[in-house]
Design a protein around this ligand. Structure first.
Ligand code: ZN
Ligand code: ZN
Ligand code: ZN
Length: 364
């Protein structure tokens, strides 16, 4: 909260308003219900913060008197009026990026002289730099999905003859069993479906002789009042002996991924890390098929700052946590991606995912 207030002063923000979305649990450990009943933390630059919340949600709040007071509202009150009164005469307000527009529009009507900015301008740079406790949660999340990936690679999770959706459901169960409170996605893309980076697991039955790309992650389960952190991993397995052409392309991808992990040093511009993978894939004639950015930051949100993409010249800083996930996607043919979560530290990049990066060959 102290760092948020400092950032508010630097950005000339008089009040910060946080509702649904990851900023609120990151800051006070409470996740707002995405409902028509408004929950909003009001943080004035020069006064105590207030959590405006439906009265019957109060039992879920872990009270932290040093951070905020609770302003419960009853069913016949108008919470937008309550927030507007707390905001008072603020001339510049920052509002949470995920806030429903009906609430923003209501506040704009009542606070017609205020200028509005996205809260991400205040919170994103802070959220992008993880402290030790946050890194420990990201590590626990990564280790959990590593164990699920190991079960895929060893053949413990059968693939041939099952639908992608069925395998996706099993991955989801295993993610939950590995210390996650929720599953954010469990992509299973087999054969030509692997050419679509965000393919939705379908009713297609996985056959022998196919690549199976699995990209999955969730949010860790934490004690009440503490935010969960995200995992995100991609590994590929082949059902039977892969053709030489695929083995060759995969080897280039694996090398590109390892090189870009090694390049992700604090002080290196984010786009330069993306470039390392792209140049290596170009050598193998695969650059045309690498159709997305190299990676995204990760924390309480699955995708957040910093983004490893051409055009982002911001240098990485120690404490940044991000994915490194190059891929190639050949339409109607196949695709592959390898993804780890990496932390930039003063001692160099540290990959949190340690499970094998080789193309696993399974026989069932
Ligand atoms: Zn993705
Ligand atoms: Zn992923
Ligand atoms: Zn990712």
């Amino acid at each position: 909260m102290a760092r948020v207030r400092t950032a508010m002063a630097a950005a000339d923000v008089d009040v910060l308003l946080l509702s649904v979305g990851p900023d609120l649990p990151w800051l006070i450990g409470y996740e707002a219900m995405p409902l028509e009943r408004l929950t909003m933390l009001v943080v004035p630059a020069d006064a105590e913060a207030s959590l405006v919340i439906p009265a019957f949600e109060v039992p879920r709040v872990v009270v932290r008197d040093e951070l905020f007071t609770v302003r419960a509202w009853g069913e016949t009150e108008d919470p937008v009026d309550i927030v507007a009164q707390l905001v008072g005469s603020a001339s510049r307000a920052a509002i949470g990026d995920h806030t429903w527009s009906r609430f923003l529009v209501g506040l704009q009507r009542r606070l017609s002289s205020a200028a509005w900015v996205a809260a991400g301008e205040v919170t994103s740079p802070l959220r992008a730099v993880k402290d030790e406790a946050e890194i420990a949660r990201l590590q626990a999340a990564a280790s959990g999905v590593d164990r699920v990936a190991a079960a895929l690679q060893s053949g413990e999770i059968p693939l041939v003859g099952r639908t992608e959706a069925d395998v996706s459901a099993e991955l989801s169960q295993r993610i939950l069993a590995e210390g996650h409170a929720k599953v954010n996605f469990a992509i299973v893309a087999s054969g030509a479906n692997a050419a679509s980076p965000h393919h939705h697991a379908s009713d297609k039955v996985i056959g022998p002789g196919e690549v199976v790309l699995c990209d999955f992650g969730g949010t860790t389960a934490e004690p009440e009042g503490e935010p969960g952190y995200c995992s995100d991993i991609t590994r590929c397995v082949y059902t039977g002996e892969p053709p030489a052409e695929f083995v060759e392309a995969y080897a280039a991808l694996q090398d590109a991924q390892a090189r870009s992990v090694a390049a992700a040093e604090a002080g290196t511009p984010a786009e330069a890390v993306d470039r390392v993978a792209r140049d290596r894939l170009a050598e193998a004639g695969l650059a045309t098929w690498f159709i997305h950015r190299l990676g995204h930051g990760i924390g309480v949100e699955a995708h957040e700052d910093p983004y490893l993409v051409d055009g982002n010249a911001e240098p990485l800083v120690a404490g940044n946590a991000f994915s490194i996930e190059p891929g190639f996607y050949v339409p109607d043919t196949w695709g592959a991606r390898i993804e780890d979560i990496v932390i930039a530290t003063a001692q160099g990049p540290v990959a949190l995912n340690e499970v094998d990066h080789d193309l696993a060959v399974v026989d069932r």
